[in-house]
Design a protein around this ligand. Structure first.
Ligand SMILES: [Zn+2]
Length: 373
């Protein structure tokens, strides 16, 4: 039996009570992205006693993350810890009664469906629209609640999505159920197109205030707790937009968006992002001066690299270490146009992030030269 004493102040709330707390403890939340929003979301869900958390993030902790990403500290930066693992080890000290699955992985159309088994709710901690549309496709296709959130500069937006009910595929066991009347428009009903590359601000170019992300994350977590405790009537069914610097809070009524949009996703049942065949093997990470390399689809046999041996092999070319999760280091003879050393982060599945280059071909050639084609 879980110890309920620690949740006493939450159990006092009429909308939760002991029954609601037990529902939270039986729940499983999937958090995709563990940056500003993601760390604040998993921190709050862990403290609230959501019994199982799955956290997916592909990156490692960097110094510039610490200004807003609440789960991480300087030791995580020094050890180049993967964010998902760093969050998991922090949560173990906050609430040892819950289960955390850390997935150090790129979330994409190839692996997306693998991550939703036994999930009750999906929360968005992402920084780009393409992956959000993928989450939206998943939510609509499998009938899962999805809580969209985004924050940049001094503001952000949040909106819970209860897709139009459809027959759930086997293996989907979300405890959250709703009627057709309670369903909401999906992300593509409200935002039919992603902003074109370069047209929208990103956290890397425009910056982000930690408190703006905190407000959005708090709204997302609150909606998740309402859903998981069966308080659907209390759900905020609007699109919330907040700018904490301009002192603006706006709430958009989106109830008519589905009938107006002729949505390819939730009306026509087309899952463009989930069904995408061609995933680029090398993708420039927007605004980060880095390129990510993933092994192509044809590599059906999963690889597990011996990163310890690889780190030793790379030693003549720079300072490379293996920390138990990944290999990380800087080259001596591979430099940027400003003369800064190019950095390599390599994961056991062969995925790599080459920092200091923006051209996919340049990253590919470094990968081929030092890791192999
Ligand atoms: Zn839709």
């Amino acid at each position: 039996m879980p110890d309920l004493d620690r949740y006493h102040r939450q159990i006092l709330l009429p909308g939760i009570g002991e029954a609601g707390q037990r529902r939270l403890l039986d729940s499983h939340a999937l958090v995709v992205g563990c940056g500003a929003l993601g760390t604040m979301i998993v921190d709050a869900l862990a403290r609230a006693g959501v019994g199982t958390l799955s956290i997916i993030d592909r990156d490692t902790v960097e110094l510039t993350n610490l200004q807003r990403q609440v789960m991480f500290d300087e030791a995580d930066v020094e050890q180049a810890m993967p964010k998902a693992e760093a969050a998991k080890s922090k949560i173990a000290r906050i609430n040892s009664q819950i289960v955390v699955h850390a997935r150090v992985d790129d979330f994409n159309h190839r692996n997306a469906e693998r991550h939703i088994k036994d999930v009750d709710v999906i929360l968005d901690g992402l920084d780009n629209f393409e992956t959000r549309y993928l989450l939206n496709d998943l939510a609509v296709k499998f009938g899962l609640p999805y809580i969209y959130g985004g924050a940049v500069a001094t503001g952000g937006m949040s909106m819970p999505i209860l897709p139009h009910p459809r027959k759930r595929a086997s293996g989907i066991r979300s405890s959250v159920t709703w009627t057709q009347e309670q369903s909401t428009p999906c992300l593509r009903c409200v935002f039919p197109h992603a902003p074109p590359p370069g047209a929208s601000q990103t956290c890397d170019t425009a910056g982000v205030l930690g408190s703006a992300a905190a407000v959005i994350a708090a709204h997302q977590v609150t909606q998740a707790i309402k859903l998981l405790t069966g308080n659907l009537d209390a759900l905020d069914r609007s699109l919330l937009s907040i700018d904490v610097w301009a002192n603006q809070t706006r709430r958009f009524d989106i109830s008519g968006a589905r009938s107006l949009s002729g949505c390819p996703c939730c009306a026509e049942g087309r899952f463009d992002f989930l069904d995408a065949r061609a995933g680029s093997a090398a993708a420039t990470l927007c605004g980060r001066n880095a390129v990510q390399i993933t092994l192509p689809d044809e590599a059906t046999e999963p690889v597990t690299l011996d990163l310890n041996t690889l780190a030793q092999r790379l030693c003549p070319h720079g300072s490379f270490t293996y920390n138990g999760y990944l290999l990380h280091g800087r080259f001596i003879n591979e430099t940027t146009s400003q003369g800064e050393p190019i950095e390599l982060t390599l994961f056991p599945d062969g995925r790599a992030i080459v920092k200091g280059v923006t051209e996919p071909d340049a990253a590919r050639s470094i990968y081929a030269k030092y890791i192999g084609a």
